[in-house]
Design a protein around this ligand. Structure first.
Ligand code: UD1
Length: 428
């Protein structure tokens, strides 16, 4: 583990020194202790953000955007579904960004262990404790973004306990430890899957439709109605873990006003960083649409099975709200900023992260064919168990309260994936 104080990720480990200050009085002792250089080097003193699963698909893009925004980042990742090389690529891209901007590269550290390894977690958190002459120590970590979780729907149906153990029990232990260290700003990686079959109810998918306390919901006609707390028709154990985690976090926030917790409900993240250096590169066999499309483009798969061509949609294929992963990553920073400014409407708040616009599976294939100038063979296949016909966000709450909205299009996402293949040296 690298020193938390250095901006150089390769610097050796060392204990927390008095440079970790929290009052003017302790600052003066720092000057006399001869640590002014360190202090100036670290100026402006940005916060550390702890990112679990920070080398995965969404995690790696978020880590990069955090570094670009000058946050120091500590990544916890057990590399179960990611690669060490992703870490080097993030560092390279962030460094390049800061070189171009003439700004200082923040710190990036990797703790390569499971987020559930509480002993390793404590050892890590101890290094970021700020010694104080007054009161108890506090942490230099001002927020956590928690991505680490299992996410394969089909596997969750076959092996639910594995999902409940990692995603739910793991979260409980993790939050308990964070609370003990006074780290209480928490961004949770949730999913549109929590809407379950509400996605096809015809009702606009607003956050209050699926909440942890009773809320007033305004439908398309503008008439308000009370929606009871709860979720309806979640289709698989993976989805239930996300809902349960949200519920646990909502209860935690209600029990302790010091917690500020945001649940981000992702719609369908696609694409990759425009450099083409950070793609969706899971160790496990992909099941999501775009990774499968990419495998067809590279010839690894003969054709794309379109699961369901008889949905009640314009072209019969399923409709999703595909959001560029870079937009999604920036949504986390918006959430973190609003949470740390303590400007959330409530200290637990859920937000949809989507574009508000749907595209069908067929439209995605057409867009990719047009961007890559490559034909993508498809065949009609039966509906996949657990799928819904359409799932599109209402993204108004994120826009209003997080001051965030998407900027990139489906074409941008397809272009970035072609770039990823080009950079990876895969002939199309
Ligand atoms: C899935 C998960 C969701 C998770 C999200 C993460 C299910 C039921 N839901 O959403 O919980 O949060 O991934 O990204 O799996 N498709 C094909 N052929 C393929 C692959 C996909 O036609 O080879 C279709 C699917 O049937 C679906 C659409 O493409 O209609 C999108 O599929 P996918 O990318 O797997 O995402 P979701 O199913 O929406």
């Amino acid at each position: 583990m690298d020193s938390p104080r250095r901006s150089d990720a390769s610097s050796p480990a060392e204990p927390c020194s008095p440079v970790c200050v929290d009052t003017p009085a302790t600052q003066s002792s720092v000057l006399f202790d001869g640590n002014l250089d360190d202090l100036l080097q670290d100026f402006p003193l940005r916060q550390y953000i702890l990112v679990t699963g920070g080398l995965g698909f969404i995690g790696s893009h978020t880590t990069l955007e955090l570094l670009k925004a000058s946050y120091n980042v500590i990544v916890i990742d057990n590399l179960s579904n990611s690669f060490q090389s992703v870490f080097d690529r993030i560092q390279h891209l962030a460094q390049k960004h800061h070189d171009q901007q003439g700004t200082k590269m923040p710190a990036l550290h990797l703790a390569a262990h499971d987020y559930r390894d509480t002993a390793a977690l404590r050892e890590l958190l101890d290094q970021y404790q700020v010694e104080s002459r007054w009161g108890s120590p506090r942490s230099k970590i001002s927020g956590v973004i928690h991505f680490a979780a299992y996410k394969a729907v089909e596997e969750s149906i076959r092996n639910p306990l594995k999902y409940y153990a990692n995603n739910v029990s793991g979260l409980i232990d993790f939050a308990t430890t964070l609370g003990e260290y006074g780290i209480k700003t928490f961004i949770f990686s949730s999913s549109a899957t929590v809407y379950g079959t509400l996605a096809t109810s015809g009702l606009p998918l607003k956050e209050e439709l699926c909440a942890h306390k009773d809320e007033i919901f305004h439908g398309a006609d503008g008439v308000g109605q009370t929606i009871r707390a709860g979720s309806t028709g979640i289709t698989n154990p993976y989805g239930r873990t996300k809902w349960m985690c949200e519920a646990i976090l909502a209860d935690l926030a209600a029990s302790d006003p010091e917690w500020t917790i945001v649940a981000l409900r992702y719609f369908n993240p696609i694409g990759c960083d425009e450099s083409g250096l950070l793609g969706e590169d899971p160790k496990q066999t992909p099941t999501n649409l775009l990774p499968v499309v990419v495998k067809v483009m590279t010839g690894e798969y003969k054709e794309l099975s379109m699961f369901g061509t008889d949905w009640e949609t314009e072209d019969g294929t399923a409709v999703r709200d595909f959001i560029h992963v870079t937009d999604l990553a920036r949504g986390h920073i918006a959430a973190l900023d609003v949470a740390n400014e303590r400007k959330l409407v409530e200290n637990f708040r859920a937000f949809n992260l989507g574009t508000g616009r749907g595209h069908s599976v067929k439209e995605v294939v057409d867009a990719m064919e047009s961007v890559s100038s490559k034909r993508i063979p498809v065949k009609a296949a039966p509906r996949r168990p657990g799928d819904v016909g359409a799932c599109v966000a209402v993204a108004d709450r994120s826009e209003q309260e997080l001051r965030w909205k998407t900027e990139k299009s489906l074409t941008d996402a397809c272009g970035s994936l072609c770039k990823f293949l080009e950079v990876s040296g895969v002939p199309l």
